[in-house]
Design a protein around this ligand. Structure first.
Ligand code: ASP
Length: 435
């Protein structure tokens, strides 16, 4: 097969063409056209993926949990999964804090740029603090109480309530383990075939990915630059250091933490791992949603990394909901950057507070675009940094959202390899041409 016919290359080509189209429409004044006629193609693509997220999480978790056969196995694997997720998150935040303290990107922001950014974006910050306040005002028990929905359909009706959906699916799986096998078989068969159908639908949707990604990319660029390319460039340059710090942090995290994870828990090479899950990473990057990427992550992890279905169908949906290494790392850098830009020095105790709150904030963030910056409010408030400072970074957030989502997706896949290895469910690597 010719290289350009392979899906991951087509996605990359779509992304690059989308970027050029976005810039071109800014130059020739076609931004309205791009917003009205190109953006919807991207919206349809991402909505299709989101549409299947809730049924996929339910079907795969029910199948995954019920295939574990007994409660002891479930709690062993569950404990292991959550523990590895938490450890990688704490490492991510620590790397973020180290990078931002060393690079000091906030110190480089010119005063006028800071003032004009704060002024022009401050209305856009409004509303974000309300959303985060709802989360922040809860104590730990109330947080757990919120995981239990009073009505399943209400929970399943909103993609941001994924933790509740995961809870119901786990409960259903646990119920199935605890009734006689022949009685539960009918229901298991239903969920198994639902699972297969969803995977097929994903295959179909992915055939349109290059077009969807083109449109998403063009829309991002148009939003970012509008008609005033020059102004956008000045802002981008001023915030360049901050973006660079986030990107360096994310790269260090992937290179150090995931390769160490593989050293301890499997003999997989980082290069092979990336080769196998490339389309999932690219999709995470272009959709900015780990939830929308979940179907492809699952398919790649099972088919190409050799992770057993009973592991992937448990570890990945849970990961897409609670494990966000990229988001937590970004939140740590953003919080310190804003403090630096506003001339505030954060003490060591405040930076430790960031580790705790960014862990919680990344668990609470939904796997949808922009969730991380909403939860950033909690991190800022915990260290008394004014939340209006978010205005400084709002303009470049979409790009960083793409990068951190790619890392979120990578982290889930890496942990699934580790858990599968410890459970004796890691098969051989397999590379194929198509998704
Ligand atoms: N977009 C990210 C995700 O879906 C969450 C975030 O905004 O950081 O994984």
């Amino acid at each position: 097969m010719k290289w350009y016919k392979k899906l991951h290359w087509q996605i990359i080509i779509g992304m690059i063409l989308g970027l050029f189209w976005g810039l071109f429409s800014g130059i020739v004044g076609l931004t309205d056209f791009t917003s009205s006629y190109v953006r919807p193609v991207g919206t349809i693509f991402i909505d299709l993926l989101k549409l299947i997220a809730v049924p996929l999480v339910i079907a795969s978790l029910v199948v995954g949990v019920s295939s574990l056969n007994d409660m002891a196995r479930l709690s062993r694997m569950g404990g292991k999964t959550v523990a590895i997720y938490m450890v990688t998150t704490v490492f991510a935040i620590s790397i973020g804090l180290s990078v931002v303290n060393i690079m000091n990107p906030g110190g480089t922001l010119p005063d006028e740029t800071r003032a004009s950014l704060m002024e022009s974006y401050s209305e856009r910050v409004e509303g974000r603090d309300d959303a985060a306040a709802v989360v922040q005002d809860r104590n730990i028990l109330e947080f757990f109480a919120d995981i239990v929905p009073e009505n399943f359909f209400e929970a399943a009706g909103d993609n941001t309530n994924m933790l509740q959906v995961v809870f119901v699916a786990l409960l259903l799986g646990i119920g199935l383990i605890n009734i006689p096998a022949q009685k539960g078989q009918v229901l298991i068969n239903v969920f198994e075939s639902l699972n297969d159908v969803i995977i097929k639908i994903v295959d179909l949707i992915m055939k349109t990915a290059p077009y969807g990604v083109f449109a998403l990319m063009a829309a991002v660029i148009v939003d970012l630059t509008g008609d005033d390319l020059g102004q956008a460039m000045i802002l981008l340059r001023a915030l360049g250091w901050y973006c660079l710090a986030v990107v360096i942090g994310l790269l260090l995290h992937v290179l150090i933490v995931y390769s160490t994870l593989f050293k301890f828990f499997s003999k997989m090479k980082l290069r092979d791992f990336f080769k196998a899950i490339q389309p999932a990473i690219l999709l995470g990057f272009s959709t900015s949603s780990s939830l929308a990427t979940l179907p492809v992550t699952m398919e790649r992890v099972e088919r190409n990394l050799g992770v057993g279905e009973e592991v992937s169908s448990f570890v990945l949906p849970v990961g897409a909901t609670i494990n966000m290494d990229g988001t937590s790392l970004y939140q740590a850098i953003a919080a310190v950057f804003i403090a630096q830009a506003l001339g505030m020095d954060l003490t060591l105790a405040q930076q430790v507070t960031i580790v705790l709150t960014a862990t919680a904030a990344s668990i609470g963030a939904a796997g949808v675009p922009g969730a991380g910056i909403i939860m950033l409010v909690i991190v800022l408030q915990s260290v008394q940094v004014p939340i209006e400072g978010i205005a400084l970074i709002l303009g470049v957030d979409r790009i960083l959202d793409m990068a951190r989502t790619a890392v979120n997706v990578t982290g889930d896949a890496a942990v699934s390899v580790a858990v599968a290895h410890t459970e004796g469910k890691l098969g051989a690597l397999h590379f194929d041409e198509e998704v």
